[in-house]
Design a protein around this ligand. Structure first.
Ligand code: COA
Length: 357
């Protein structure tokens, strides 16, 4: 039987670490333009206590989203040991395209996938390269799409990348900007013939737009009298939190139940890194849906404390680091049953169950 297996992974985590301390001198305002009073350190301490984030990474000015995406892709290709000319599709998930540092314009002509294919020097015209805009769940959605193409017998080998430079679209006067970060992760997703039940086992995707479409949006700076023509990433954080808490654990259960495995078999859950407390809430609620109050040890690898929320890149970078044995207590072994789940702008939610080959 044809299975969908991730045969190579790669990531690019920018070296430039920006700690919470660097935000202490910012003037912060609420969305209604009211100045947020208090010492800078009190605000950043509060921020840390509600998100878990201590620092985040920003890409250097000469690295755009497509550059770091290509770097992650080269590592994934090498890891899989494949000839890049044999890749059938390149799917690149992002939200803002290339934003040249110091400008506020999204540049998606050509698409990031076309730029990355060019950078990889792939000549094969049958390697079809395109972008997807799916909020933070974009990389996971790319893997689910690759799986669907593979199971339909249309493709054999897909390069799926998540890359983002959110540092280029941040309002320095908005406290929520401290959440966001830059990064890129990539994976080679392949059709593998096997009698064993390995690779992608189940998945689920949801899009809620009736009330939720503008929970994440573009808007002017919170600082009064700022140029209204310059717009930044904005969110209704509390609404997202409540929406996610209500829907993500259910989507995870729907997915897991399709595997027919017992929940005790689950070894790791790779969650989108947006907020430490939110992720802890997801995992607690997920196990409670199985009437289990105690969590298994080392079930949830996390990178939010040092890497912040790099959108589409959080899961593939985390997974890459686990695959390469770089996360203490989070090694992966053949036969391990793992889950991935994400939530983000759109609003979209997805989840996937996967058995390590
Ligand atoms: C944005 C978010 C961190 C705010 O946390 P919260 O616990 O919901 O915050 P609340 O609005 O209830 O406010 C609680 C307190 O934190 C403060 N606060 C809110 N946002 C803050 C921020 N970004 N930094 C510092 N303090 C903040 C409030 O002023 C309030 O302070 P008080 O207790 O002194 O009155 C949180 O809602 C969140 O992470 N949401 C999900 C966002 C997300 O996932 N976005 C990306 C999707 S891909």
């Amino acid at each position: 039987m044809i299975r969908t297996v991730i045969t190579g992974t790669g990531s690019y985590i920018p070296k430039n670490a920006v700690s919470n301390t660097e935000f202490e001198s910012h003037e912060f305002y609420d969305k209604d333009g009211t100045a947020i009073e208090g010492e800078g350190k009190t605000i950043t301490d509060k921020f840390k206590s509600i998100t878990g984030i201590q620092e985040r990474r920003y890409a250097d000015s000469d690295n755009n989203a497509s550059c770091i995406g290509a770097k992650a892709a080269k590592i994934a290709i090498e890891d899989a040991g494949i000839d890049p000319e044999t890749i059938d599709q390149i799917i690149v998930a992002h939200n803002f395209g290339d934003v040249i540092k110091g400008t506020f314009q999204t540049d998606i002509l050509p698409s990031l996938a076309a730029r990355i294919k060019h950078e990889l020097k792939i000549k094969n015209p049958h390697c079809v390269a395109y972008d997807i805009l799916f909020g933070c769940p974009g990389w996971l959605q790319g893997v689910i799409m690759a799986h669907q193409f593979i199971q339909a017998g249309m493709l054999k080998r897909v390069l799926v990348i998540g890359t983002e430079t959110l540092s280029r679209v941040l309002d320095p006067n908005d406290r929520d900007s401290m959440i966001f970060a830059d990064g890129a992760g990539a994976s080679i997703v392949e059709a593998v013939e096997s009698d064993k039940e390995i690779g992608v086992l189940a998945h689920d995707t949801l899009t809620h737009t009736y009330d939720e479409a503008y929970y994440l949006y573009m808007g002017p700076s919170n600082k009064p009298e700022s140029d209204p023509n310059i717009r930044y990433i904005k969110m209704h954080g509390r609404k997202i939190y409540e929406y996610a808490m209500k829907n993500v654990p259910d989507a995870m259960k729907t997915t897991f139940d399709k595997t027919n495995a017992d929940v005790s078999e689950l070894k790791k859950v790779f969650l989108h890194q947006a907020n430490e407390k939110m992720d802890e809430g997801f995992i607690n609620r997920f196990y409670r849906l199985y009437k289990q109050r105690d969590l298994p040890e080392h079930i949830m690898p996390m990178s939010i404390h040092e890497l912040g929320n790099s959108s589409v890149a959080t899961i593939p970078t985390l997974y890459d680091r686990a695959k390469k044995g770089k996360l203490e207590d989070h090694e992966l072994h053949s036969g391990d049953l793992v889950m991935f789940a994400s939530v983000g702008g759109g609003m979209h939610i997805n989840a996937m169950a996967y058995r390590e080959p």
